[in-house]
Ligand binder design. Structure first.
Ligand SMILES: Nc1ncnc2c1ncn2[C@@H]1O[C@H](COP(=O)(O)OP(=O)(O)OP(=O)(O)O)[C@@H](O)[C@H]1O
Ligand code: SF4
Ligand SMILES: [Mg+2]
Length: 356
């Protein structure tokens, strides 16, 4: 197995708020990106995905922990020649006053000091062809507003590639694009992984597109990584109740719905995430977890290695109760927990009535 290009080790990022408050946006994040592999970072809104990507891109210093590039602490010099971050909104990240040519030339000049005009033009056209804006001559003189959302995002990716990076961090790179072109964008990212051996982090709140694109999945919940491993393993046998919920509430390609609808109409009905200023103690998922046990509230669950690169943070594994996850669905577990609570309340009520 090749060495990681970019790693986060025990990274935390806290933001001060108000007089003495702190948003614990990311805690204990450990992640490795390898050449030629795509890791999907999945989690609901506010789970800390963007914050972690920004720490990895050195836009934010970590509060604690470290980021390693090629095994060494990441320094400032030359960093963005190796690591590029692509944002959700392709319009915001291009200079609207300048043509595509200028946007790309600028990146080429900054990082490679190419001065020869003919050489610069050749490289600009080649970049456009690589992101399938073809024939490149049709796009190079356009302004960003003359392009569709998908074309703009391709220009953004071309600009990121201009510096010949080793790592691309895509922060929801397709979520603002038309559903009809999202699949093409995912295929472009897969091609960059395969042809250029790029290490890719694909951030999404939608597990179905992660399932389509990535090699490994890491799931975040409320600022913490709760499960990770090879895609097939995590999808087929989720070993954390929250991952199980995510997978069970996302559309199943096996059910035969139209491909695009299946990939991108993921349910986002999972409720509000907890506050990160005063997060729940112990396991942060315990207020919503149908499997919660008394030990889940005081103590954060340790990481359990489950073999084959699959791991999870959940007390069920430490207590020999992991089998329960496989024998039920999230909805059924919730229903039986509610029924048990109602029965207990009923028994307590009956006890009172019978009392003196
Ligand atoms: N600069 C900041 N100052 C204070 N709080 C912040 C800052 N940036 C992010 N946060 C908070 O950190 C938490 C994580 O935010 P983040 O943007 O990383 O989540 P996300 O998983 O990317 O969510 P989304 O899916 O909505 O993009 C949120 O509670 C957010 O409000
Ligand atoms: S540690 Fe407890 S509360 Fe957290 S996910 Fe596992 S069972 Fe649920
Ligand atoms: Mg985000």
């Amino acid at each position: 197995m090749s060495e990681p290009v970019l790693e986060a080790r025990d990274v935390a990022k806290h933001f001060p708020v108000g007089r003495r408050g702190v948003v614990r946006a990311v805690e204990d994040a450990t992640l490795a990106l390898l050449p030629g592999r795509i890791v999907a970072l999945v989690g609901e809104s506010g789970s800390g995905k963007t914050t972690l990507a920004r720490v990895l891109a050195r836009f934010y210093p970590p509060t604690s922990g470290e980021v390693l590039l090629h095994g060494r602490p990441a320094g400032r010099r030359g960093y963005h020649g190796d690591v590029q971050l692509i944002f959700q909104d392709p319009f915001g990240s291009l200079n609207p006053l300048h043509r595509v040519r200028y946007n790309l030339e600028r990146a080429l000049r900054l990082h490679h000091r190419t001065r020869d005009r003919a050489e610069l033009e050749r490289q600009v056209l080649e970049l456009l062809e690589r992101v399938s804006l073809s024939p490149a001559a049709d796009f190079v003189d356009k302004f960003p507003h003359e392009l569709s959302g998908g074309q703009r995002q391709r220009v953004v990716i071309a600009r990121a590639l201009a510096v010949r990076p080793k790592v691309l961090l895509g922060d929801e790179p397709i979520s603002m694009l038309d559903v009809s072109i999202r699949l093409d964008m995912l295929n472009l990212l897969a091609r960059l992984r395969d042809e250029d051996g790029l290490a890719l982090l694909y951030i999404t709140h939608d597990i179905a597109s992660a399932r389509y694109l990535c090699d490994d999945i890491v799931v975040m919940y409320a600022g913490r990584m709760i499960e990770g491993g090879p895609k097939e393993e995590v999808i087929a046998r989720p070993r954390h109740p929250y991952t199980k919920l995510l997978i069970e509430s996302s559309p199943d390609p096996g059910r035969g719905e139209d491909d695009r609808a299946v990939l991108f109409d993921g349910a986002d009905e999972l409720g509000e995430p907890p506050s990160l200023v005063s997060p729940p103690a112990g396991c942060r998922f315990h207020p919503r977890c149908p499997f919660a046990m008394p030990e889940c509230e005081p103590s954060p669950p340790p990481r359990t290695d489950l073999g084959g690169g699959h791991w999870a943070h959940c007390w069920l594994h430490q207590k020999g109760r992991a089998g329960e996850l496989e024998s039920t669905t999230h909805a059924a577990a919730l229903a039986s927990r509610a029924a048990a609570a109602a029965e207990a309340a009923g028994a307590a009520g009956a006890g009172k009535e019978e009392g003196p």
